[in-house]
Ligand binder design. Structure first.
Ligand code: C2E
Ligand code: MG
Ligand code: MG
Length: 596
């Protein structure tokens, strides 16, 4: 495995000690108790123990006929077995110069005979013993020695395997996420000195989001896994022994600690980044560590494990978005999350209810004639709990779910009916509908739009589809094909928000669009700023040269209208002309203008 290739001998020793401690923290194990019982039966001794040795303490992991559950490490006779890493027999402790004065020999329980076989981990480090104890001197036959060694191997296997099935991350050999949840559940069943102490759960992300996936693409999964092992070891070595480290994903770790120890953790995290970016730590890949931590302080007895997990996780995600390295959990993260969850969950019933979702229509005005040449349908949600919710608060969420498909279909049905309403009054009006890329890549989207139009008897030439983010759109051939199908059937295609974010003229030529809508951020300054004016003027010229019709969005004053008219922009839309209106209001205004 080579999980510790970056460590020196003393660091390896420390790693073994930490493993012993971690195994000791796993809680009682009945199979190990059976081993101690077997030792007493097969060797004919009254007492047997399975012990794990830490730096300061020896934990008695399983026992038969023994009172203590731990001893100071320096008193432990097993220390000799671990140090020598071989079967150790003391036939009479009273004659042993090292242990004859030990309180375990001089006082209760008056140990006289000791035989211990080391527990050696799969990495080759001794971490404890299986031992046989008697209260009178005795000898050990060769056969009994063999038996004790075999039982120690068995105990090691039980410790490493059965305790860890499903709970160890095979890449880093750290306890995994499932183990973390189980440990959170059993936090108040811990030994008395650790019980129900105020705890902290911390999630640590080691790189920028998505960086490991880039590394996998560039170097392969094995190189990246080995990288993750190196970082896991570095964390394990650097953190104080009382901290329990878990692997959550290749780049993400969790740490369970006592609240009082948090300052140490912060210090370690701060210094780690420096160690890795310096050349001290050899890694296979040229990684950039970017440590971010989010944590949640809690009382184990009063907090559900899933809540502790979720809150610490939420704090990490906040940390990823802000400048400081560590971010504590705050209730306000939850409120935002809960609202988002409520909105996502509430959409299904909103679609069924008749009084929550509705559309307003914002007129688009020809800058040449002053006529309304089209209207854009803009979705509104009157939420039973949150009141009027703006579309930008829920469209991006719903777009991540399949609900965006029935939602957009409903809007297209409404648009088709609006087209027919105008037609019945002897008017013609192009109605635009905003769609997301999720809609466009959906099977049958174009076919469904056309069949809805046919169902209501609305001519395709009066429907316009406004789409966004052409870079993403061009990445999926299905989206481009859907637009081509719609355009071929006569539906108009508009590219929305051009000039916000990343807009590329070359991409624009590959999208089958009729209309380009210049984003409000481009338009809003042109009356005051000569630079913006020059850009918009050139853009309009160039885009018209390519054959696009231009709509300027977000027009709020007469000066802007004057500029755009001078630049021969085709159409304008904005509060200066009209705010989004109900369909009845648009109809009323149109009738009035035409004097009918
Ligand atoms: P959009 O498609 O670019 O729509 C224009 C937005 O700018 C609308 O905001 C409109 O009310 C606002 N607006 C119009 N004129 C002005 C102005 O002069 N000044 C200012 N400050 N704002 C103006 P709204 O309705 O909040 O919609 C925001 C975005 O939400 C829309 O941007 C669109 O991307 C999305 N959206 C709205 N309805 C739908 C829908 O039915 N489906 C989908 N997929 N997205 C929608
Ligand atoms: Mg739009
Ligand atoms: Mg727009």
């Amino acid at each position: 495995m080579g999980v510790d290739r970056n460590l020196n001998n003393s660091e390896r020793h420390k790693l073994a000690m930490l493993k012993a401690q971690r195994l000791a923290q796993l809680g009682p194990d009945r199979s190990l108790d059976q081993i101690t019982k077997l030792v007493t039966q097969l060797l004919g001794v009254p007492t047997s123990l399975v012990t794990l040795l830490g730096t300061e303490r020896q934990w008695i992991k399983a026992k038969y006929n023994f009172l203590l559950s731990e001893t100071p490490a320096d008193l432990a006779i097993c220390q000799r077995t671990v140090e020598r890493n071989e079967l150790t027999v003391i036939e009479d402790t009273v004659l042993d110069h090292e242990y004859r004065d030990s309180p375990l020999v001089l006082a209760e329980p008056h140990i006289r005979f000791y035989a211990g076989a080391p527990l050696v981990t799969s990495e080759g480090h001794p971490i404890g013993c299986v031992c046989a104890i008697d209260y009178q001197p005795r000898k050990l036959t060769d056969r009994e020695r063999e038996t004790l060694l075999s039982l120690a191997e068995l105990a090691r296997d039980i410790l490493e395997t059965s305790n860890n099935v499903g709970f160890i991350d095979v890449v880093t050999m750290l306890p995994n996420r499932q183990k973390l949840l189980r440990d959170l559940e059993t936090l108040h069943e811990r030994p008395p000195e650790q019980q129900a102490l105020p705890s902290t759960l911390m999630f640590v992300e080691t790189t920028k989001p998505g960086y490991y996936y880039e590394l996998v693409r560039a170097f392969g999964i094995d190189a990246v896994e080995s990288q993750s092992q190196d970082i896991a070891n570095l964390l394990r070595i650097s953190l104080p022994p009382s901290h329990i480290l878990y692997a959550v994903t290749l780049s993400r770790f969790a740490i369970l600690l006592r609240q009082d120890d948090k300052a140490d953790t912060f210090e370690v995290l701060e210094s780690l980044g420096a160690r890795v970016s310096g050349r001290e730590f050899r890694t296979r890949l040229p990684i950039r560590l970017n440590l971010k931590a989010g944590y949640y302080d809690f009382e184990p007895a009063l907090t559900k494990p899933v809540d502790a997990f979720r809150r610490a996780f939420s704090a990490l995600h906040e940390a990823l978005n802000n400048a400081s390295t560590t971010t504590p959990y705050s209730e306000s993260f939850d409120e935002v999350q809960r609202r988002q969850l409520d909105l996502t969950n509430g959409m299904a019933s909103a679609l069924d209810a008749s009084d929550q979702l509705y559309l307003l229509y914002q007129p688009k005005v020809s800058l040449l004639s002053g006529e309304v040449v089209g209207i854009e349908a803009l979705l509104r949600w009157r939420h039973p709990q949150y009141g009027e919710v703006p579309p930008m608060d829920f469209i991006p969420l719903i777009s991540q779910t399949t609900l965006i498909n029935p939602l957009t279909r409903w809007i297209i049905c409404e648009a088709a009916q609006a087209i027919k309403r105008f037609e019945r009054e002897g008017l013609s009006m192009v109605v635009s509908v905003n769609v997301t890329n999720t809609n466009l890549v959906e099977d049958e989207f174009a076919a469904d739009v056309l069949s809805i139009l046919a169902e209501y008897g609305a001519a395709p030439g009066y429907l316009e589809i406004e789409c966004l983010e052409m870079e993403e759109l061009l990445q999926d051939i299905r989206a481009v094909e859907a637009l081509q199908t719609l355009k071929a059937a006569g539906v108009r295609v508009a590219l929305d928000d051009f000039g916000s974010g990343y807009s590329n003229l070359n991409y624009l030529r590959r999208i089958p669009a009729d209309v380009v809508k210049l984003d409000r951020s481009l338009i809003s300054d042109i009356a005051r700023d000569a630079g913006s004016r020059a850009i918009v003027f050139r853009l309009i010229q160039m885009l018209q040269h390519f054959g696009f019709e231009i709509v300027a969005e977000g027009i709020e004053d007469q000066e802007t209208v004057d500029c755009l008219t001078k630049f021969r922009c085709d159409t304008g839309q904005g509060y200066y002309f009209d705010r989004p209106l109900t369909l009845e209001d648009v109809l009323g205004a149109t009738r009035k203008r035409l004097g009918s």
